[in-house]
Design a protein around this ligand. Structure first.
Ligand SMILES: Cc1ncc(COP(=O)(O)O)c(C=O)c1O
Length: 376
């Protein structure tokens, strides 16, 4: 995020605990054929952190995790369809890469969005088996789920859908309605884990049936993890009678990923999240004041270590308002201006605060934004 020299940037992506953990694995040996005690150690870290999780399985990515979670809920319920929210990305596979970024002229009614495959080459059943839900529209979500509850194997849910204005109350509503209708709720915490010590579920105070993770859980190495209550996880436990569903992967749970992930998770303490909160609030307030001062309408969304801005006068609460609301041309110019000052924004609008950052980095960014807006 900062325009410092390469030496500083390198330090920022090499947390000393992660580096030490990997060095230790190099010495201990790698490319092992079976599980190691590291798997138990990181599982304990995860189950201690997330009350919704009794057991954990590792994969190599968020995509792989959501793919296996899809099979799990289908196998558990015997139902064919997967419900997900319009605009939410859960990984690159046919069951879930549907209605992730549908153009508005193909999206259908906002209260019952069309199911639209994201890419050519996807199976026809991808669209047939997907049920698309609108964010922040309780009435429509309830209607769709009630109508199709006997066909829906699970509701996949990202509590922020990128970074949308989705209140915790909506997350609690999704938990309540899925519980009432007996539909498994699968929470995607691949990105939202950065919003709080126990992810978005911790902030909303909900316990999904299955959760999956990626990104930060590997401390920079390829990772995915699926966790949940015993009664959901046992479908992939073939240590006794065959369950009918197996989940495995050659590099799942490899020692570099586990060691780096464990060191990273241990470093992400509640105190560090408090530090993120302080910096993020400073960034949020600084951006709000700057956009306001420049007379540029903007929506700023932030939680935990994550922040984003949309150059729009209206709240950005779903996929449609994200496409329609913001001034994309001005956003592009602001991004280019910031890039020329040494600040590269993820996806053009997003920030993640990390451990080595301090107030000087936040203030530097806000100052750069002020200059860019003055020039624009
Ligand atoms: C919310 C969300 N879920 C799932 C994924 C897929 O994770 P991976 O890229 O590790 O396959 C991503 C990736 O960006 C994501 O943002």
């Amino acid at each position: 995020m900062t325009g410092d020299d390469d030496g500083h940037a390198a330090h920022r992506v090499r947390h000393p605990d992660v580096v030490a953990a990997i060095k230790q694995e190099v010495e201990r040996g790698f490319g092992l054929g079976g599980p190691t005690t590291l798997e138990a150690e990181i599982a304990e870290e995860i189950t201690g952190r997330f009350p919704s999780i009794d057991k954990v399985r590792f994969t190599n990515s968020g995509t792989e995790s959501s793919l296996h979670a899809t099979r799990m809920v289908r196998a558990i319920t015997g139902r064919p369809k997967i419900a997900k929210f319009e605009g939410a990305y859960h990984g690159s596979h046919d069951a879930l890469e549907v209605s992730t970024s549908t153009p508005l002229d193909q999206a259908g009614p906002s209260d019952s969005p069309n199911s639209v495959a994201a890419w050519d080459g996807m199976s026809r059943s991808a669209e047939e088996d997907a049920v698309i839900l609108p964010y922040n529209d309780r009435e429509s979500v309830e209607l769709i789920l009630r109508e199709q509850k006997d066909e829906i194997a699970g509701v996949f849910y990202d509590a922020k859908g990128g970074l949308l204005d989705v209140p915790h109350d909506f997350t609690r509503f999704i938990r309540e309605i899925t519980e009432e209708l007996d539909i498994p709720m699968v929470m995607d915490e691949v990105v939202t884990f950065r919003t709080g010590y126990a992810g978005a579920q911790g902030l909303a105070g909900v316990e999904p049936d299955i959760t999956y993770f990626g990104k930060a859980f590997g401390g920079g190495f390829p990772v995915g993890a699926i966790g949940g209550k015993d009664r959901f996880m046992e479908i992939i436990d073939n240590s006794g009678e065959p369950t009918g569903l197996s989940q495995s992967g050659t590099f799942s749970g490899n020692s570099f990923t586990l060691a780096a992930g464990l060191a990273n998770l241990r470093a992400l303490t509640p105190e560090l999240f408090e530090q993120f909160d302080g910096l993020r609030e400073r960034l949020h307030a600084g951006m709000a004041k700057t956009f306001d001062g420049a007379g540029v309408p903007a929506q700023i969304l932030s939680e935990g270590a994550a922040a984003a801005f949309y150059l729009s006068g209206k709240p950005v609460r779903d996929h449609r308002s994200m496409l329609e609301g913001p001034d994309h041309e001005l956003t592009g110019r602001v991004n280019m201006g910031l890039l020329l000052k040494g600040y590269s924004l993820r996806g053009g609008i997003q920030f993640t605060i990390s451990q080595p950052m301090g107030t000087e980095h936040i203030d530097g960014l806000v100052e750069a934004l002020e200059q860019v807006l003055a020039e624009a």
